[in-house]
Design a protein around this ligand. Structure first.
Ligand code: ATP
Ligand code: MG
Length: 401
C-alpha cells in the first residue's frame, strides 16, 4: 500500500469522526433544548397550579415549593427550600398525626394547617413517594388544597338545617298542646279564645317559615316572577301596623305616612311579607320593648324632587343595633349576627336576604342605618307607580286578555 493512500484513508476516517461528532453535538444540543422547553413547561404548570405542591428529597428537605404553596402556607419559596418538610408544613391531620408524618405515610387525608402567621387553615392533603425512571425513591410529593370554603358551606348547611328544624318544631308544641286541652275539656269562652289565638299565631309562624323557604327556592331557580300592580302604600302600612299591634303588646307601633306618597309598583303578596320581615326583626332585636316606627315617604335618589320616582318604607326600632363589622354580611343567606349555639334570638338567617331579593326583583333596594345600642332603621325602596308606569301595566294587562 502506498503511503499516499494511508494518509487518504486516515483523512477520511478523521472526516467521518468529525461528522459524527458534529451530528452528536447537534443531537445533544437539540435534546438539551427540548429538555429546557420541557422543564420550563413543567415549571409553568407547577407554578400555575391552584393547589399547593411541595416536593421533598429522600432526606425530607424541601426542594420544590410552588406559588400556591406560598399563598396557602404564607411562606416564600426561597425561605423554605432546603429546610426540613416537618418545619415548613406544620399542623395536624385528622388522624391525630402531624401533617408531615401523614405525608411520609402517603395517601389522602384532611387536616388543619398551621400557617407561618399561626393562623389555621383546613386542608385536604395527598402525598405520594417520588421515584426516578429506574423506580428508585428520590423523595416525596405533597399536594395541599384549601378546603376552608367547603367546610364553611358545610357548617352553614348544618346550622341552617338545625335552625329550620327548630323554627318548624317550636310552633308545633303550642298548636298540639292547645288543641289537646280543648278536646279533653270544656273551657270558658274567653279561655278558648286565647287558646285559639295561640294556635293561630303558631300556625302563622309555621306558615312564614314554609313560605319563605318556598319563595326562596323559587327565586334561586329564577321561577319567581312578581305580578306587579299599583299598590297603595297607605293600606300596606296600615295593615302592617294593625297586625303587629294585635300580635305584640310589648312594643308601641307608630305609623307615619306623608300626604303625597304615591302607590308603589309591586306584587301585593310578595310585598306584604317583606316589610313584615323588617318589623319582625325590629321586634326581635328590641327585646326591652320600646317604640317601632313604620313610615313611608317619597324618595328620589336620596332627595325629594319634583318627579317622584320611588317610595321609601322605613321600619325604625330602638333596640340593640348592629355593629359596623356585621353590616357587610347582613343580607347574606343564612347569616345571623349571632350564629352561635347559645344565641339568644331564633330565626333562619334568611329574613333580610329574602327582603333584599324581593326588593331587587321589583327593581328596588334595601337601605340600612344602625347604631349599636341605639337602634336600627331598615328601608325598603320601591319604584312608585307613576302615571307612565300605570299605563304600562294597563297595556300589559290588556295584551294578556
Ligand atoms: N332591627 C335589627 N336590629 C338589630 N339587628 C338586626 C336587625 N335586623 C337584622 N339584624 C341582624 O341581622 C341578622 C340577619 O337578619 P335576618 O332577618 O336575615 O335573620 P334572622 O332575623 O336572624 O332570622 P330570620 O330568617 O328568621 O329572619 C340578624 O340575625 C341580626 O343579627
Ligand atoms: Mg329576621
Amino acid at each position: 500500500m502506498e503511503s499516499g493512500d494511508e494518509v487518504g484513508t486516515l483523512g477520511n476516517a478523521f472526516n467521518e469522526m468529525a461528522d459524527e461528532l458534529q451530528r452528536q453535538t447537534g443531537q445533544l444540543q437539540r435534546s438539551a433544548a427540548t429538555e429546557a422547553t420541557l422543564r420550563a413547561r413543567m415549571e409553568a404548570i407547577l407554578q400555575s397550579m391552584g393547589d399547593a405542591l411541595i416536593a421533598a428529597d429522600v432526606a425530607g428537605t424541601v426542594v420544590t415549593f410552588n406559588r400556591a404553596a406560598e399563598e396557602i402556607l404564607r411562606r416564600r419559596a426561597q425561605t423554605v427550600v432546603r429546610r426540613p418538610l416537618a418545619d415548613v408544613m406544620r399542623g395536624q391531620a385528622i388522624t391525630g398525626r402531624t401533617l408531615a408524618e401523614a405525608a411520609m405515610i402517603g395517601g389522602a387525608t384532611e387536616g388543619t394547617l398551621s400557617r407561618a402567621d399561626g393562623s389555621p387553615l383546613a386542608v385536604a392533603m395527598t402525598a405520594a413517594p417520588l421515584v426516578d425512571s429506574s423506580g428508585e425513591p428520590v423523595g416525596r410529593v405533597v399536594v395541599l388544597r384549601d378546603v376552608s370554603r367547603e367546610h364553611e358551606a358545610e357548617r352553614m348547611k348544618s346550622e341552617f338545617l338545625a335552625n329550620v328544624s327548630h323554627e318548624l318544631r317550636t310552633p308545633i308544641t303550642p298548636i298540639k298542646g292547645y288543641a289537646e286541652l280543648m278536646r279533653r275539656k270544656k273551657f270558658p269562652r274567653a279561655k278558648e279564645e286565647s287558646f285559639l289565638a295561640g294556635i293561630l299565631q303558631s300556625t302563622e309562624r309555621l306558615e312564614r317559615v314554609v313560605e319563605i323557604l318556598v319563595d326562596f327556592a323559587a327565586m334561586e331557580a329564577g321561577r319567581l316572577k312578581p305580578r306587579v300592580e299599583p299598590v297603595p302604600v297607605k293600606d300596606l302600612v296600615a295593615r302592617l301596623t294593625d297586625k303587629w299591634r294585635e300580635r305584640d303588646g310589648e312594643h308601641r307601633f307608630v305609623r307615619k305616612i306623608g300626604p303625597d306618597v304615591p302607590p308603589i309598583m309591586g306584587d301585593p303578596k310578595l310585598l306584604g311579607r317583606s316589610p313584615d320581615e323588617l318589623v319582625d326583626n325590629a321586634v326581635k332585636f328590641s327585646p326591652d320593648g320600646g317604640q317601632i316606627e313604620i313610615s313611608a315617604e317619597p324618595y328620589a335618589n336620596g332627595s325629594r324632587s319634583a318627579r317622584i320616582s320611588r317610595v321609601r318604607i322605613t321600619v325604625r326600632d330602638h333596640g340593640i343595633g348592629i355593629e359596623p363589622e356585621q353590616m357587610p354580611d347582613l343580607f347574606q343567606d343564612f347569616r345571623q349576627g349571632d350564629g352561635s349555639e347559645t344565641r339568644s334570638f331564633g330565626g333562619l338567617g334568611l329574613g333580610l336576604a329574602y327582603v333584599k331579593r324581593i326588593a331587587s326583583v321589583h327593581g328596588g333596594d334595601v337601605i340600612v342605618e344602625s347604631e349599636p345600642g341605639k337602634g336600627s332603621s331598615f328601608s325598603l325602596v320601591l319604584p312608585a307607580a307613576t302615571a307612565g308606569r300605570i299605563t304600562d301595566v294597563t297595556k300589559r294587562a290588556r295584551k294578556a286578555k
